[in-house]
Design a binder for this molecule. Sequence first.
Ligand SMILES: Cc1ncc(COP(=O)(O)O)c(C=O)c1O
Length: 375
Amino acid sequence: MNLFDVYPLYNVTPVQAKGIVVTDDKGQEYLDYYGGHAVISIGHSHPHYVKRLKEQLDKIGFYSNAVQNPLQVELATKLGQLSGCEDYNLFLCNSGAEANENALKLASFHTSKTRVIAFKNGFHGRTSAAVAATDNEKINAPLNKQQKVSILPLNDIDAFKQEITKGDICAVILEPIQGVGGLDEPTSAFFQEIAALAAENDVLLIADEVQSGFGRSGKFFGFQHHNIRPDIISIAKGMGNGFPVGGILIHEKIKASYGLLGTTFGGNHLACAATLAVLEVLEQDNLIENAAQLGVYFNEKTAEIPQVKRTKGRGLMLGLEFDFEVAELRKKLIFNQHLFTGGAKDKKVLRILPALNITKAHIDTFFNALKAELN
Ligand SMILES: Cc1ncc(COP(=O)(O)O)c(C=O)c1O
């Protein structure tokens, strides 16, 4: 059997990884400034993470959601404390798309309405409603197009008002910092106005923190830069540092009932142990503060590169915008400089999403490599 050929692959075969260093099958080391699509939050094979997962595997790796799992309770408590979201309840699933799918479904259950507002260049995953809320025709099958979604320009409050007042909207979903799209953000004024209009119109506000959450933006959640409170917050990626896990934080005003949401694998013992290990390292090593500080340092260093039009993003969720498409540059960075970076829907943006415990020296190394390829 062959693999279903959907991924254009770089010819690199990682076999080992530690911290920010990924080693391939020929012993070549690469510095990882991308974390495999923003997934590696505390560094590859972090010792505390490895220990916690191994210990958990020796005890129990999985049982279904038909029995008590105290690790889920421990995780909800710790997540509430560290994120400042103690007035939310946690539902655990397995991926970012699934988190958003559950968030949208819950909004529809809660409001008994069907239409969703999403935004241009947004990305929310590849499942039914999540992909329909994603601004990419190519990944929406005819089946997905049955969903009722209106995709509006970001930061256009008049367009938003016109749609939300029509009475059939259940949810508005947005990324506090767009990931795949290319690091654009809602302004604070826009975020605050849509939050207020959502509340007035019985619409749930969903912050898709799948990429921007868990400290990446320099605060626990990206929306916390804007002084708003979403009704539902979706999480995944950095949450498990590579272990597949996702979830939604649901404001306590939204009531649960048996069977409303559910999953076989979601919240299993290993997923909880992985997420708890991530939270413990974020806290012990002050990684959110580190992300905030290094984001500032990264911005300062950008001034040394005249080819960069501007830096976008916050903390260690960053994009460098050039006046040329970056695909060739990314290849050169991998094969000549041995470092991984990311691309975006906006082909002129180079995405930088390293582990949150990188140092200034790692950033200096990145800029030296970039200068070598640009000059
Ligand atoms: C903001 C955002 N939401 C949702 C997703 C989908 O997550 P997953 O690939 O885990 O389904 C992604 C993935 O890139 C994302 O960046």
